[in-house]
Design a protein around this ligand. Sequence first.
Ligand code: ADP
Ligand code: NI
Length: 224
Amino acid sequence: MKKEVIIKKLAKEVKNKLNNECSGHDWWHVYRVWNLAKQIGRKEKADMYIVELTALLHDIADWKFYDGDETIGPKLARKILTSHNVPRNIIDHVCEIIATMSFKGADVKTKMKTLEGCVVQDADRLDAIGAIGIARAFAYGGHKGRTIYDPQRKPTLHKTKDAYFKNEGPTLNHFYEKLLLLKDRMNTKTAKELAIKRHKFMEKYLENFLEEWQEKLINNLSIS
Ligand code: ADP
Ligand code: NI
């Protein structure tokens, strides 16, 4: 089967599976990552077949929703790609990227081995920041039963995947624990450029959020 036909079929399959997901890992997240990955991949001269297959399958089964099991995503991706008769070496490459690209804590290294891995990780991370990133963070927080903000609970820079996974802090902490760190961790020049505007918007958003919260005023009321 032609590459374009496989990609089209795959997109349809992923859309059907993730259509009503409501934690910010829905089909439209995948669609945006797919588009961003195409934009970045072309500029960086990556293998676009690998980039597109990986972008489409990267959140097919996220470890964060399967008790921290990192093998679940690559296993399902392998099964789907095998059903489309994609060659073994391509499946291995796609699955290696899916297994390693996810953010796992501020102090946990997730260095990508290949250009295609760098491209898809950057695309996924761009969709985690900016206006859409803000919406996704609060959607995820609500889905997981997290509070919006609690001035008495400070952000932590997690040293292990386990600590990051078990963290139940307010959603606003996630900005300091992950989202604001991403701009300087983009792999490609193209993504570094795209991240600037999104990062600035988040900074402004947080400034307004904390101003509206009037934390100092509330503390002065000394309610205990
Ligand atoms: P990654 O694989 O790098 O984690 P995903 O595509 O799975 O990327 O999306 C991660 C997104 O999920 C975050 O950017 C954020 O929007 C949301 N998210 C994950 N953990 C939290 C959290 N603790 N609080 C709020 N949002 C979160
Ligand atoms: Ni994603």
